[in-house]
Every structure is written in C-alpha cells, then in structure tokens.
Design a protein around this ligand. Structure first.
Ligand SMILES: [Zn+2]
Length: 186
C-alpha cells in the first residue's frame, strides 16, 4: 500500500499531491506555511522559481477538475470543459522530448523550470482524471476531503487516521443519542 505522509501528502501522484496541499480542518495550507511549503517542495521536486502564488493557481486548476471527477462527474460534463481546457493547455506548454545524455535516456522539457513543472503536474492530472476516474475519491470525513486513489470499492477515507476518527465520531453519536432522548423525556 502506498504510504501517505499525513503532513506533506506526497506519495500518490504529483497532481493529487498538489491538490492535497489545500487546507482542511486539521491542517494549514501547505503552500502558504513557510516550513511545510519547504518540505513539500523538497519532496515533490517543485523548483524554487515556482512561486507560492503560482503553485496555488496550479492547485486551483487541478482541483477544479479532480474534485468533481472524484465525486463521479463525467469528463464530458460541460461543467468541466473550461478546467480541462486549462490543463490541456498547461500540459502542452512544455512537452518533453527523449534525449540521450551521458549514455542515459532522459526526458527533457524545453521550458523554464516552473513551466516544465506546471506541465508535468497538469499532465499527471489529465492522466489521473481519465485513467483513474473510477478509483479517485475524496475522503468522506467531514473537514478532510483529501483526494486518494483506491482499488477497494467501499473505501471512503483517505487513511487510517480519518477512518479511526470517523468511526469514533459515529460511535459517540450512537451513545449520545439515547442519552439525549432520555433527558428530553425525563
Ligand atoms: Zn481524510
């Protein structure tokens, strides 16, 4: 199983990782918190030239497509057309070409580092949206909503931590409910 780092959310694919830097109830915005941003950049390979503003814009473009797809919206849905066109444009802006360098085959983008990074993330988002759409989900725990990919049809939480918290919350509800009724009638 892919290990998901709770705080940095790097470990799936680059587009999901970037989408999951968004703030939630437990965690600040990873791209706007200096230390967390530095950690995320190191792990994701985002170049220094890609400013936080630019990464936030890129994240918005990706979430505009992946979040609806995770909830079952079809790729051909007119509501997604603008978002998909944006990702198509970004992915095409810095195509990679195969080159042999120092005896090794490498794929090189003929673009500035931030453009190449944006194109790589956009391409990953297109691949995820089209290739993994039946397995892409948003965590069902209130206040989380992090995206994840699963092969288990019934999996609804992004990780063990959310699963445990959701189960505890549900358990609390079932033991609180009769107690509240007793107070009202008593
Ligand atoms: Zn979650």
């Amino acid at each position: 199983m892919t290990r998901i780092d709770w705080w940095t959310a790097v470990g799936l694919d680059l587009s999901i990782d970037l989408a999951n830097t968004a703030p939630d109830l437990d965690r600040p915005d990873l791209l706007l918190h200096p230390i967390l941003q530095a950690g995320w950049r190191r792990r994701s390979g985002a170049p220094d030239e890609a400013t936080a503003d630019r990464l936030v814009d890129l994240r918005d473009s990706i979430r505009a497509v992946l979040v609806p797809v995770a909830s079952g919206v079809a790729l051909a849905d007119p509501g997604l057309a603008r978002g998909i066109a944006g990702l198509n444009r970004l992915a095409a802006s810095a195509p990679t070409v195969p080159q042999i360098e120092d005896g090794e085959l490498v794929y090189v983008a003929r673009a500035s580092p931030p453009d190449a990074f944006a194109a790589e993330v956009a391409a990953a988002a297109l691949e995820t949206a089209a290739g993994r759409r039946g397995r892409l989900r948003a965590c069902a725990r209130t206040g989380c909503g992090r995206l994840f990919v699963t092969t288990r049809a019934r999996r609804t939480w992004c990780g063990d931590r959310c699963g445990t918290r959701a189960r505890v919350a549900r358990h609390r509800q079932t033991i609180d409910a009769p107690a509240r009724r007793a107070t009202q009638t008593g």
